[in-house]
Design a protein around this ligand. Structure first.
Ligand SMILES: [Zn+2]
Length: 175
């Protein structure tokens, strides 16, 4: 397996090209001693049901996995809690306001972005919204649908962790 930082050829501190593999998840500069670790990025996924028990599903507007189904969510910003992050992403992508959310489970994922393989830890939250009418697709989302659980096919979800998460959600909530 290729080192996760193989694209990083120079020390980000001093610019030296003597930036070598330290261990399987870090590189070290042999000139200034700087050590850089490759860690998973935290991300959130929103699981939102309406009063009919239908799940809010998005169609991805952008790569990776453009055009496939997805759930609302995204990366957590610095200094943000996961709960704040999921509420912000839901607001940005759907226009809906999250009243409360509850942590469900997490799944690791790999995500190619600008030619670099990001590793994420996707935190799934069950979110209640203040008003389920008129979700508006925005930002990374092309379209939004309320889907009855019996019509949901996990294979239509392009991102691996979301596909697994949807399978788990169906097991948890499908009657
Ligand atoms: Zn250096």
């Amino acid at each position: 397996m290729e080192h996760p930082l193989h694209l990083f050829g120079y020390c980000p501190r001093c610019g030296s090209n003597n930036f070598g593999i330290n261990d399987f998840k870090s590189k070290k500069c042999h000139d200034c001693g700087f050590v850089f670790y490759f860690n998973a990025l935290a991300a959130t996924v929103a699981v939102i049901f309406n009063s009919r028990g239908e799940l809010l599903v998005a169609r991805r507007a952008k790569e990776p996995a453009k055009g496939t189904l997805d759930l609302p969510g995204g990366f957590i910003d610095s200094f943000e809690t996961a709960e704040e992050g999921v509420a912000r992403e839901v607001s940005e992508e759907t226009g809906l306001s999250v009243a409360s959310c509850e942590y469900l489970f997490s799944l690791p994922n790999k995500y190619i972005y600008s030619g670099f393989e990001e590793h994420t830890l996707d935190l799934f939250f069950a979110c209640k919204v203040t008003d389920e009418r008129l979700p508006r697709a925005n930002d990374d989302v092309e379209q939004l649908y309320w889907m009855p659980l019996e019509t949901i096919v996990p294979e239509q979800f392009g991102l691996q962790s979301i596909r697994k998460g949807v399978t788990r959600i169906l097991e948890m909530y499908k009657k």
